[in-house]
Design a protein around this ligand. Structure first.
Ligand code: NAP
Length: 296
C-alpha cells in the first residue's frame, strides 16, 4: 500500500516514523492486503523533503504533489484552512479509489467541504501533540496509546474507513468514532477552551498595577504557572484558528466557564468557604476522568 503524507511537520513526520517503525517490526504491521507500505511525503519546502528522506521518515518526498498520483491513502497534515483547497487542487491527479483523510483539530467544516466532492474521505484527529512543532520534533511513539478519532458519516464507504482504520492500528493509537459536530463540541471543552482560559490568565497577571509586585510575580512563577499558562502562550495563529473555525462550539464553553468563575467570585465575596471546599473536592474527583492512564 502506498501512503502519502502531505505536510511533514510534527504530526506528518511522526506518522511517517510510526509507519516505518511498524514496517521494521512485522508483528505490528497492519494487514491491508498484507502488502508492504511505502511512505511518500509532500511538503512545501525542498529542505523539509530532503530531511524527511535522510531521517527515514518517508521513502520518497517531493514538493510536487504529483508524487501522490498512485497513492492508496493520503493523510493531510497541514494547517486546517489549507486542507480543502489542497484536495481541490490535487483531485484531477488522483485515482477515484484513493482514500483521503486529515488530522486537523476541526472536523465539521472540513468533512462537509471535502466529502461532498471526494466521497472516499474520512475525517480524523489524533489527540496527540506537544509544544514543539516541525519535523525535528517528530516521534515514532507520538500516537501510542493516544485517542485517534475518526468521523465517518452515513455516506462514508466502508472500504475507505477500513483503510484509515488500518493506519490508526499501525500507530498503536486508540480508535474512537464520532459524528464531526460532536467531535468539535468535545474538543471545544478540552482543547480550545483551555487556550482561552490560559491566555486570559496570562493577560490578567499583566494587569497588576504595581510594577514591583508585577516583577515579583514574574520572578516567583514556577511549575503551576508554567503548566496553566502553556497553551495560552502558544502560537497565536493556533488559537485564532480555533476561535474562527469552532466558534459555535467554543462560545457555549466560554460562557459556561465564565459562569463558573462568577460562582467562585460570589462565594469568595460572601466567604462561603463550605461551598468552595465542596466545589474543589468535586473538581479534584472529576479531573482524572478527563485524563488517560498515561497522563494520570
Ligand atoms: P507543524 O509541525 O507546524 O507542521 C505543519 C506542516 O504543514 C509543515 O510540513 C509545513 O510545511 C506545512 N504547512 C504549513 N503551512 C502550510 C501551508 N500554508 N501550505 C502548505 N503546507 C503548509 O504542525 P503540526 O503540529 O504537525 O500540525 C499539522 C496538523 O496537525 C494541523 O492540521 C493540526 O490541527 C493537526 N494537529 C496538531 C496537533 C498538535 O498538537 N500539534 C495535534 C493533533 C492534530 P514546511 O515544513 O515545508 O514549512
Amino acid at each position: 500500500m502506498k501512503v502519502g503524507i502531505v505536510g511533514l511537520g510534527l504530526i506528518g513526520g511522526s506518522l511517517g516514523l510510526a509507519i516505518k517503525q511498524a514496517q521494521a517490526h512485522p508483528a505490528t504491521q497492519p494487514t491491508i492486503a498484507n502488502l508492504p507500505w511505502t511512505v511518500l511525503g509532500v511538503s512545501r519546502r525542498a529542505e523539509t523533503c530532503q530531511h524527511a528522506v535522510s531521517q527515514g521518515v518517508v521513502d520518497e518526498a517531493d514538493v510536487d504533489a504529483r508524487l501522490l498520483t498512485a497513492a492508496d491513502l493520503i493523510v493531510f497534515c497541514t494547517p486546517p484552512g489549507t486542507i480543502a483547497p489542497m484536495v481541490e487542487k490535487l483531485k484531477p491527479q488522483l485515482q477515484a479509489d484513493t482514500v483521503l483523510t486529515d488530522v486537523s483539530s476541526i472536523k465539521a467544516s472540513i468533512v462537509a467541504a471535502i466529502s461532498s466532492h471526494w466521497p472516499n474521505f474520512v475525517g480524523g484527529h489524533p489527540m496527540a501533540g506537544g509544544s514543539e512543532s516541525g519535523l525535528s520534533a517528530a516521534q515514532a511513539s507520538l500516537f501510542e496509546g493516544r485517542p485517534y478519532v475518526l468521523t465517518p458519516t452515513a455516506s462514508t464507504p466502508p472500504e475507505a474507513l477500513a483503510r484509515v482504520e488500518a493506519l490508526v492500528r499501525c500507530l498503536k493509537a486508540k480508535l474512537y468514532y464520532c459524528d464531526p459536530v460532536a467531535h468539535d463540541r468535545a474538543v471545544a471543552w478540552i482543547s480550545h477552551l483551555p487556550v482561552f482560559v490560559s491566555a486570559s490568565l496570562i493577560a490578567a497577571c499583566g494587569t497588576e498595577p504595581d510594577k514591583t509586585v508585577q516583577s515579583l510575580a514574574q520572578a516567583f512563577a514556577s511549575s503551576g504557572f508554567r503548566d496553566t499558562s502553556r497553551v495560552g502562550g502558544g502560537p497565536p495563529e493556533l488559537g485564532l484558528m480555533m476561535a474562527e473555525a469552532n466558534r459555535s462550539a467554543l462560545l457555549p464553553a466560554l460562557y459556561a466557564y465564565r459562569e463558573q468563575m462568577d460562582q467562585f467570585i460570589q462565594w469568595i465575596e460572601t466567604q462561603n468557604w463550605t461551598a468552595i471546599a465542596l466545589a474543589l473536592h468535586q473538581t479534584q474527583q472529576a479531573r482524572p476522568t478527563f485524563l488517560s492512564d498515561r497522563d494520570r
